[in-house]
Design a protein around this ligand. Sequence first.
Ligand code: PMP
Length: 419
Amino acid sequence: MTTTYDPVDARPRQRDHELRDRARRVIPGGMYGHQNATRLPAAYPQFMASGEGCRVRDVDGNEYIDFMCSYGPIVLGHRHPDVEAAARAQLDRGDCQNGPGEVIVELAERFVDVVDHADWALFAKNGTDATTTCVTVARSQTEKRKVLVAEGAYHGAAPWCTPAPAGVVPEDRAHLLHYRFNDLESVTKAVESADDDVAAIVVSPFKHDARHDQELVDPAFANGLRSICDDTGAALILDDVRCGFRLAHGGSWEPLGVAPDLSAWSKAIANGYPLAAVAGNDRFRAGAERIFVTGSFWFSAAAMAAGVATIDALGREDAVATMVRTGQRLRDGLAAQADAHGITINQTGPVQMPLMTFAGDESFELANIWGDVAARNGAYFHPWHNWFLSAAHTDADIDEALAATDLAFAAVATALAAR
Ligand code: PMP
């Protein structure tokens, strides 16, 4: 990354640097996965200390208005009082036991209640558990093998779906076929090539591949997938892991009127507590009853109590409408700032899960400068992964963050002028 703006970061960083040194000795690569901060510009901390509402603090005490929300889970704001109280009350009674707490029934009832297509639900820990289980249920029910996924889509970190080829053998993906999002013809072609052996079509509510401008779903595409699944008997699997409960108070395609057979959930469903869900309709109930899926911690009751409290608070607080309002305020503010600085940006995706890119910035050089300066000035965005609003962001928080982004745009303008 070339820095043509002032790279001096006067904030305290010592604790973060010490911890990074220690981590490099005992953790592969110093850190792994999506939270590896070495993938981010220098101003981003690796280690976080605390969070409250829409603000987080790093281990050196630097505070940020948080627009990543832990990469999605924090939908009501960090440490939402009702969710914390529900989780704590369950922890005090018992969390990990020989059987689930009664709260698992309550949580499944909430899912069936809130999610239109759901007749049943089962729970796990991570999004990968949920997407993988959806595929297993689909194959169990249909007794077919092929699974269609969109090119470039992320559905988790298991060998069948991880984006990194290391450690994966061709057999892990032997029955995957690809289509292009919003391109029904490419789906039809993939189905035709599958010789009547399609178990499932997996799709995300909109195209939210990292490092790419986002793309909303064409309703005709969603309806077309539903028809293809109806014609072939394949399961329509909606991967709602990233969007679930942020786009709508039920499944993310409910506003479109397109019902999947199975949906995968995680991230926001328990406001930061480790919980994932698979929801399904009655056609796939027998398939779900036949498979064996489980995990030592899949029945932990505290996260389920947090899940019930989260779903209730989302409805009570009209969280989606709040995020749409503040997300629009952020989008309008960024558009006005970019314009004032003479910079061309693209803002894509739903306003509560936005992504901003710079025109012609294929290597994300400008995005990195922008994110770096915004972070140094107390606003935590991401240069190339979609952001997340929470219901805890207020108009005043957005305006405060916009003061930081104005400095970030100024730095980008300086870098452009120096080219
Ligand atoms: N599907 C989608 C759409 C996701 O965004 C993610 C996580 N980013 C996953 C699946 C996997 O979830 P997890 O990281 O919890 O396994």
